[in-house]
Design a protein around this ligand. Structure first.
Ligand SMILES: [Zn+2]
Length: 253
């Protein structure tokens, strides 16, 4: 079991972060925590240093903060990412989110920041973790224009574009939204198993409500197995192996 996308730096874990990580260690092989705002970077790196071989980090600026970090304001952060490249397994989450960004200028700012993340990922030789909401076509267009190869579409919901995603050899990570979303269930059913990863997006998207933790990745795997009419062990082995390969994690001990 690997949680390929969570947010351990969130204040939701302020009181018991270390004990949450300890309980994850007992059940999971690894977790990839995603720093989505530069202000969370120091804590993210601290967690990676404290838990070598277990907590890995993907770092970027979420499209929601694109205007806040337009132009040179992201350069400083990108400099930090260059300095800390050995502590990163991926760049992101980056991408496009048009849900709140309705005006063209805001969307252009997102596209610009997205393209700069793509350039950084190429420079650092790291894969991309993509957040894409209400902007599927634009997001895939940019990834194709930039000839991106190592791509993980986190929580992807564009079932109608799955052929294009798989054709490019891009990966998709599913979380507990498969418990209630029909289109995500269809993705769980139709995505080639070799391109599928599992995640929780903790502390959000708890299957029971309240705070989520990476431990619920087990529920995701159980649900995906049920949808695909496959053995839980097989889905676990495949998604774990896919995550190890995608993020170039150290081999299993
Ligand atoms: Zn996220």
């Amino acid at each position: 079991l690997i949680d390929s996308h969570c947010h351990l730096e969130q204040p939701d874990y302020g009181k018991d972060r270390e004990s949450v990580i300890e309980s994850c260690r007992r059940s999971l092989r690894a977790v990839v925590t995603c720093c989505a705002n530069p202000r969370d970077f120091p804590l993210t790196m601290e967690l990676v240093r404290k838990h070598p071989g277990f907590v890995f980090a993907s770092c970027g600026i979420h499209p929601e903060y694109a205007e806040e970090f337009a132009g040179s304001r992201s350069c400083e952060f990108f400099g930090l990412l260059r300095e800390n490249r050995d502590g990163l397994v991926a760049v992101g989450e980056t991408g496009l989110d048009y849900f709140w960004a309705k005006d063209p200028a805001a969307r252009e700012a997102q596209k610009d920041l997205f393209r700069r993340h793509i350039a950084l990922s190429r420079e650092l030789g790291k894969p991309l973790v993509i957040h894409c909401r209400d902007a599927f076509e634009d997001c895939l267009d940019i990834l194709e224009q930039e000839s991106c190869r190592r791509v993980l579409l986190h929580m992807f919901g564009g079932h109608h574009l799955l052929g294009r995603v798989a054709g490019n050899g891009w990966h998709v990570s599913l979380n507990n939204i498969v418990q209630r979303s029909k289109k995500h269930r269809k993705i769980a059913r139709d995505m080639p198993l070799g391109l599928l990863l599992t995640e929780t997006d903790s502390p959000w998207l708890s299957p029971e409500g309240g705070r989520n933790t990476p431990l619920s990745v087990e529920d995701v795997i159980r649900k995906v197995a049920e949808i695909r009419k496959a053995a839980i062990e097989g889905i676990d082995a495949a998604t774990t192996e896919n995550a190890v390969r995608f993020f170039s994690l150290p081999p299993m001990g």
